[in-house]
Design a protein around this ligand. Sequence first.
Ligand code: BMA
Length: 325
Amino acid sequence: MSTLEKAFPWEDRPEHSKAVMWRYSQNPVIKRDAIANSNSIFNSAVVEFSDAYAGVFRCDDKCRRMNIHAGFSKDGINWEINELPIDFIAGNTEMIHSDYKYDPRVVWMEDRYWITWCNGYNGPTIGIGYTFDFKTFHQCENAFLPYNRNGVLFPRKINDKYVMLSRPSDTGHTAFGDIFISQSPDMKFWGEHRHVMSPAPFEDSAWQCMKVGAGPIPIETKDGWLMIYHGVLKSCNGYVYAMGAALLDIDKPWEVKYRSQPYLLTPETQYECMGDVPNVVFPCAALHDKETGKLAVYYGAADTVTGMAFAQIDELVDWVKENSL
Ligand code: BMA
């Protein structure tokens, strides 16, 4: 662990920029070879943890096996990632089989950190686990049957139930995808599924016309839940993954109040346009500072490295309202 004091990871908007979200000038913050055996480190999740930060990182190894690793940081920028993947023990069930793990999200709720990820169980579905200390990790029942991706928990119970966003999918590089919500009394049994959001019409907002999926843990604001998400365009040269934002009703989060017509961030830089999968910006986590409203989003870039982008939450909420589909 470094000797730095905990600090919120932040860089002011560049002087001549009017963008509502801007990239960190030192991106990528996590390079593909940050641990010895990694092919790539991307689509990863970070949270505040005691007097510092911790995270769960997607590391694909040099055999191209997908797994998740714990990591630690004092400043949210310089990370020490464990060389070995997380070794889960049984949580709320007997230990269940997992072929692979990818695209984690992490949230503090009540008394522990909950982790969701895309879990290989005869096809991709949503795995759930928890930890108290980022040393011992417990794996629970999968939330759903295959096939599903992008399971994202809300940071508190709503109407006395745990609530999760997800995107039902298929076995491959799914050419469709709507966001749904599911609810649970106990983090084990999930039901009361509601539709949240479909891809947008090509004519209105082509960057999100093929599929959409939730990104970081939604943030509670006075205007609703701020949900940052990815949208996919099918171009003549393959898929393009960009980032947008929506506001969901606080008590009925399956009701979309506003949703951005323009993208917030689309692949533009070399590390977003070149890599194992070109043209991907894929947000999975965000830190925010309640007092200053500063927001730091962590996103996978080109399925290879991890980047950061910043915004002010009040400006972002206004932008979504003013630029809604
Ligand atoms: C999705 C997932 C993500 C990946 C993205 C772009 O379907 O597999 O892990 O970042 O495709 O390749």
